[in-house]
Design a protein around this ligand. Structure first.
Ligand SMILES: Cc1cc2nc3c(=O)[nH]c(=O)nc-3n(C[C@H](O)[C@H](O)[C@H](O)COP(=O)(O)OP(=O)(O)OC[C@H]3O[C@@H](n4cnc5c(N)ncnc54)[C@H](O)[C@@H]3O)c2cc1C
Length: 343
C-alpha cells in the first residue's frame, strides 16, 4: 500500500529555531495536517532576517540580511508569490562596487527583495497559525522509545514524535549528541562572524549617488547599504547599515559595541570622502552570520532517531539556502509521514 493510501496519522512535531528554514518547514508540515510547535530562543521569529526595534527608525532596523537575492527559479517564484501576498517587495538599489586601489564604481544593479515592513515579515507570516514558544532555548533532547522531548534549562516540553532542528551548526551540536554522523557533519562547519553597525545621520544625509556598495579588499568593510532607500523604510533622517568583513569581525570579536560602531562610521566617512554627523549609532555582533557545509545534502531526516535537520548551512549560503533546506526537509518528512490530503 502506498503512503497516500494508508490512513493518515497526524504527528506531533517540534521545530527548534524560528528562522526562515524553521518557518518554511513548520508551515509545510502544518499545511499537510501535522501538529507543529516551534521553539525559539529569541523574543520573536526571524533569526538572521530579524529587524531590531529602534525608537527613531521607521519599521525597525534590518541588522541581519539587508535584502534577499534570488538565483534559483524556485526561490524566485516563492518571492514573487510572497510579493502578491504583500510580504516582500522588489528593490533595485543604485549599486556600486569598491576594489582596493580602484575605489568605487557604479555597476548594473541586481534586483533585491526586502520583507515589508520588516525583513522578518515572511517568517512571521508563515508561522501565523502555529504556536511559537518564544524565549525558550532548547539545550538538550531526551530520546525515548516512543517519543522525543526537547528540554531547556528549566523544564521539558512534552512528548513529540519528531524534532526538527533549524539552527546554525554550532547551536545544533549540543542537540545532536545522539546522532554521531550528523554531529560530525555539523562540527565541520566554520562559523563566519560579522559586526554590523547602523548609523542614523543628521539631515540632509549623504550626498552620494549609491544605495548599496560591496567592497573587496577593504581593511574593514564588506558592504554598506542605505537602509532608508529600501521600500517601506523611507524617513527624513537617513540611516546606513554597515557590514564589517570577516577578518575585521574576527579580530574585534570581543570589542566594545560603541567602539565598533564609531570605527565603522569612520570607515563610511572615509569611503564617501565626507565628514559625517550622526544622531544615533548602534552595532550588533553576529557570531554566525554566514555558514556553509561542504556536503551536497540540503536536509536530513532520521526516522529511527526521530530527528530532522535543516538550515542555510545545509541548503547553501544565505536565505535562498535556508528556504531550499526547509523545503527539502519538509519533502523528506512528508514522504515518510504522509499528508492529510494524501497528495
Ligand atoms: C549580517 C548578515 C548579512 C546577511 N546578508 C545576506 C544577504 O545579503 N542575502 C542572503 O540571502 N542572506 C544573507 N544573510 C544570511 C541569511 O540571513 C541567513 O542565511 C538566513 O536568514 C538563515 O536562516 P536559518 O533559518 O537557516 O537560520 P537563522 O535565521 O539563524 O534561524 C535560526 C533560529 O534558531 C534560533 N535558535 C538557535 N539555537 C536555538 C536553540 N537551542 N533553541 C531555540 N532556538 C534556537 C535562533 O535564535 C534563530 O532564530 C546575512 C546574514 C547576516 C547575519
Amino acid at each position: 500500500m502506498s503512503k497516500s493510501q494508508e490512513a493518515f496519522v497526524a504527528r506531533y512535531i517540534a521545530v527548534v529555531g524560528a528562522g526562515l528554514a524553521g518557518a518554511v518547514l513548520a508551515h509545510e508540515l502544518h499545511q499537510a495536517g501535522h501538529r507543529v510547535e516551534v521553539f525559539e530562543k529569541s523574543r520573536g521569529p526571524g533569526g538572521r532576517l530579524s529587524s531590531k526595534r529602534h525608537e527613531s527608525v521607521v519599521a525597525g532596523l534590518d541588522m541581519g540580511a539587508p535584502a534577499l537575492q534570488a538565483e534559483e527559479p524556485g526561490w524566485l517564484a516563492q518571492l514573487e508569490q510572497w510579493q502578491q501576498q504583500g510580504w516582500v517587495q522588489p528593490w533595485l538599489p543604485r549599486q556600486g562596487s569598491w576594489l582596493a586601489g580602484e575605489g568605487v564604481r557604479l555597476i548594473a544593479g541586481q534586483r533585491q527583495w526586502v520583507g515589508v515592513p520588516s525583513m522578518h515579515t515572511p517568517v512571521k507570516a508563515l508561522l501565523a497559525d502555529i504556536p511559537v514558544q518564544r524565549g525558550v532555548r532548547i539545550e538538550k533532547l531526551e530520546a525515548h522509545r516512543q517519543h522525543i522531548t526537547p528540554v531547556d534549562a528549566v523544564r521539558s516540553y512534552g512528548q513529540f514524535d519528531f524534532v526538527a532542528l533549524a539552527v546554525p551548526a554550532p547551536q545544533a551540536e549540543p542537540l545532536l549528541v545522539h546522532s554521531p554522523s550528523l554531529l560530525e557533519f555539523a562540527r565541520q562547519v566554520q562559523p563566519d562572524p560579522c559586526w554590523v553597525s547602523a548609523i542614523q545621520l543628521q539631515q540632509p544625509g549623504l550626498d552620494w549617488p549609491l544605495d548599496w556598495v560591496d567592497l573587496q579588499g577593504h581593511p574593514q568593510l564588506t558592504r554598506v547599504v542605505r537602509h532608508t532607500a529600501k521600500p517601506g523604510r523611507q524617513q527624513e533622517s537617513e540611516v546606513w547599515v554597515l557590514y564589517a568583513n570577516r577578518r575585521w569581525s574576527l579580530e574585534h570579536l570581543q570589542a566594545d559595541k560603541a567602539w565598533v560602531a564609531e570605527q565603522m562610521a569612520q570607515a563610511l566617512a572615509e569611503l564617501v570622502g565626507q565628514s559625517l554627523s550622526w544622531q544615533a549609532l548602534q552595532s550588533h555582533r553576529w557570531l554566525y552570520a554566514r555558514l556553509q557545509a561542504q556536503g551536497s545534502v540540503p536536509a536530513f531526516f532520521d526516522y529511527q532517531r526521530r530527528i530532522a535537520l535543516c538550515a542555510d548551512w545545509l541548503g547553501g549560503t544565505g536565505a535562498q539556502g535556508a528556504w531550499r533546506s526547509g523545503m527539502a526537509c519538509a519533502r523528506s518528512m512528508l514522504a515518510a509521514l504522509g499528508r492529510k490530503d494524501g497528495v
